[in-house]
Design a protein around this ligand. Sequence first.
Ligand SMILES: Cc1cc2nc3c(=O)[nH]c(=O)nc-3n(C[C@H](O)[C@H](O)[C@H](O)COP(=O)(O)OP(=O)(O)OC[C@H]3O[C@@H](n4cnc5c(N)ncnc54)[C@H](O)[C@@H]3O)c2cc1C
Length: 354
Amino acid sequence: MTTVTIIGCGVIGAMIAYELRNTDLEVTVIEANSQPAMGSTGAALGVLMGACSSKAKGDLVTLRLASLRKYDHLITELTQQTNLDILYNRNGILNLYRSSNAETKARSLIEIRKEQGFELQWLDQNHIREQFPQWHTDGGLMSFCDRAVHPTQLVKALVTAAIADGVKFHWNEPVKNLADISGDRLVITSGLGSNPLISSIIGKSDLLQPVGGQALLVEIPHLNLQTVVHFENEDGSDVNVVPLGGDRYWLGATVEFDYEQLPRQANEKLLLEQAIAWCPLFEKAKILSTWAGDRPRPQGVRAPILGFMPKLPHILIATGHYRNGLMMAPITAQITRDLLLEGDSDLPWQPFCL
Ligand SMILES: Cc1cc2nc3c(=O)[nH]c(=O)nc-3n(C[C@H](O)[C@H](O)[C@H](O)COP(=O)(O)OP(=O)(O)OC[C@H]3O[C@@H](n4cnc5c(N)ncnc54)[C@H](O)[C@@H]3O)c2cc1C
């Protein structure tokens, strides 16, 4: 039987393990930490922004939409298999806008997504006043198909289901050198920890750059928000408000290329001020906690990094998902499975190879 060793158990490693669980492959996951999702995944907000995102282009959109299409079924299947709670928001994402050309751009995206089978709707000021009276905006793009998932709950369920189907997990085992690992095939899913493992192969020790992000858990009485809300600040940065049930919400995250220390107090004030500019009720927000993490951002190549390692076809890599690891995990797992079993995939993976 062909053995496959996956290095790293964030959302990407866990999703691949789950995808491979019922194949003829013998799968082992090796994780440096004592439990899964202790890297970037543990800091993420789990926003699955596929249909309403206009930033991604070409093959990346194809992959994001294909990933989004898999999520509803995946969550149902995982919940049935594990009986674990996975907080999964099916109420969509509302994107708020103030710029004068936002409606024109949004209407063009609505048409494009309609042809791709996704429903978006432009909400004018009156609609927003009726449906989202707490929010001050000229208009918004409502995406009914986009989702949000609780990252650590998702990974816990993936690992639980994979274990039940025979995948082995080794915790507290940081891989120092790829040559130390047994297995016919290796899959590198170690996020920022991939740098030292692949540096001698690619002749570069900083392929993945850490990009910091800080977020808040807040309590806000009477916000009564069921959908995820996303807005852009004047400086072009963007923020999500993710409902968690009751009066609790995640708010974030900052995007920081250069920083000495995270989390920091100034960011708590900054995030709240940004939210207050769109929803004055945030003045009443009580901060319950704050945390930060690093996103794995590829340098010099596009995100994410998928496919075979150069000149080493028995080693695959699936990392560098930057701000969209949760969003892209299901399709990344499908591509990795296709490559392991067939040597190719019908999905556009080549543009993301090293
Ligand atoms: C604040 C913040 C908010 C975010 N919000 C979102 C969001 O809303 N939506 C979204 O889609 N994405 C979001 N992201 C991005 C997302 O978190 C990442 O893209 C994703 O988690 C990457 O997953 P991964 O499995 O590749 O990496 P990781 O989660 O970092 O997992 C890598 C794993 O490999 C292990 N590892 C490392 N080195 C070794 C080694 N040598 N041996 C063994 N194991 C090793 C690590 O311990 C870790 O468990 C956010 C990120 C941050 C920081």
